[in-house]
Design a protein around this ligand. Structure first.
Ligand code: DLL
Length: 436
């Protein structure tokens, strides 16, 4: 099976008309059922009827994470509780969690989106899908589960953690597909190796990885160590969970499920929409959601829309890999740094493991201490000191040539850096401690 649903290949012109119609209805629905949207519209002197189609979307006020927090827990739900059948939530480092509620129709739409996602990577009902995203308030586990179940594949609801058991079940049950974060996928590979199992001999052939930023270099690393195809999958709690967009077999950008989510890229400073192809902040409008409608949600994720058609035949526009989040961009000694830039450099250096942590501190409140902790491979460890020094210098010079800074490089033994079964913690910014 090539596509899960014919609407993935809808004529782009016809889709625009369809999206306009859904938008008109959705704006009216949000205005009439959620006081927050009514207030935002009224403050702008805007009426739902003013939004006649996609061309008017730019007038609709934005929604941001704080809107969810300020209306915690159910203030932006558009339906009474007897229509809500599931909750999910995501917790940031500060404040109240973001809470979302789904109606029966929302869950059906979500399963459809995730079925398309898995089918695009070749999953059929003959597959055995190991879901290693956390089950719980996090959307990853139940989201992937819904798609796998809709396809009719045999689903293993492992949830995250207990990595040795993950490897054992994978091997014994014959899992052919794996859903987890890229960093956890790497941990599964490392753990299999430490158990004396060559990861390449495990039955998994396709991985559906997302929920955190990762690079093309990391994809190659996972694909070659695990002998799999690694597909990028994207989503966020406020908008849906996983399944907003997904890689097809060409792995050249993630197709957006445009019949459910309308994407825009805006300039995060002027807030003006940018044309396809330009890099900016990703904004989504959910066109059909009932439980928690979202109009122009600012994701803070930085990427661009790829306008060229994809050879796979899907017509949903693609979004490029997430370059970083505008709130994850580090400013170190005045220079803008995205953790992904560091990952890209490290993975391409021989003798270095793809696990790292960036530590920033400002002890004397004058200048930033910028340190990168990097795990080295076993074979480098046994070499003489000179080889370690050379490796350190090579990392330093490559980082300097890309970002123009001289971080302190700390080479550490494999498995020194704390692993996570979910999203990896790549940055420890101790400067925040002094500003609070
Ligand atoms: O992480 C939903 C998800 C689960 C997506 C499983 C994919 C797989 P949140 O916890 O709300 O939801 O985090 C959403 O994670 O705004 C991005 O910054 C980041 N993110 C998600 N997928 C990707 C990806 C889930 N493929 C936030 N690449 C988003 C880069 C991603 N960043």
């Amino acid at each position: 099976m090539i596509y899960w649903s014919p609407s993935e290949c809808m004529d782009p012109e016809a889709r625009l008309g369809y999206q306009s119609e859904l938008l008109r209805k959705q704006v009216k629905y949000a205005y009439e059922n959620v006081p927050m949207y009514k207030k935002k519209f009224d403050e702008k002197g805007l009426k739902p009827e003013d939004i006649k189609g996609l061309e008017d979307l730019k007038h609709v006020p934005f929604t941001v994470k704080d809107d969810f927090r300020e209306n915690y827990p159910f203030g932006i739900f558009a339906v009474p509780m007897d229509r809500i059948v599931r909750f999910h939530a995501s917790s940031g480092t500060t404040g109240k969690p973001v809470v979302v509620g789904y109606t029966e129709n929302d869950l059906e739409m979500w399963a459809e989106c995730m079925a398309r996602t898995l089918a695009a990577g070749g999953v059929t009902k003959d597959d055995i899908v190991q879901v290693t995203y956390g089950y719980g308030l996090f959307t990853g586990g139940f989201g992937a589960h819904g798609g796998s179940q809709k396809i009719g594949s045999a689903t293993i609801p492992m949830s995250s953690g207990n990595t040795k058991k993950q490897v054992m079940i994978m091997q014994d049950f014959g899992a052919t597909a794996l859903c987890c974060t890229p960093s956890y996928c790497l941990q599964i590979i490392e753990t299999a190796a430490s158990m004396g199992i060559d990861p390449k001999t495990l039955p998994v052939k396709k991985c559906f990885l997302g929920a955190e930023p990762w690079t093309e270099a990391m994809r190659k690393e996972i694909e070659s160590r695990f002998d799999v195809k690694a597909y990028n999958i994207f989503g966020l709690t406020e908008v849906l969970g996983p399944g907003v967009s997904f890689d097809c077999k060409y792995q050249n950008g993630m197709h957006i499920n445009e019949d459910f989510f309308y994407p825009e890229i805006i300039d995060p400073n002027t807030l003006e929409p940018l044309p396809d192809g330009e890099i900016g902040e990703l904004v989504f409008t959910a066109l059909t959601k009932e439980g928690v409608p979202v109009l122009r949600y600012r994701t803070k994720d930085i990427t661009s829309i790829i306008k060229e058609p994809c050879p796979c035949g899907r017509t949903g526009r693609r979004m490029d890999r997430i370059l970083g989040r505008s709130d994850d961009m580090l400013i170190i000694r005045g220079v803008n740094v995205f953790p992904n830039q560091i990952e890209e450099i490290l993975i391409n250096i021989e003798g270095v493991e793809p696990t790292y942590q960036i530590i920033i501190d400002r002890e004397n409140s004058v200048s930033d201490n910028f340190e990168i902790m990097v795990e080295v491979s076993e074979n480098v460890l046994t070499d003489e000191i000179k080889a370690m020094e050379n490796l350190k210098n090579r990392i330093l010079s490559e980082i300097h040539s890309v970002i123009g800074l001289h971080p302190k490089i700390r080479l550490v033994e494999p498995f020194t850096i704390e692993r996570s079964a979910g999203k990896a913690r790549r940055v420890i910014d101790k400067r925040e401690l002094y500003t609070r």
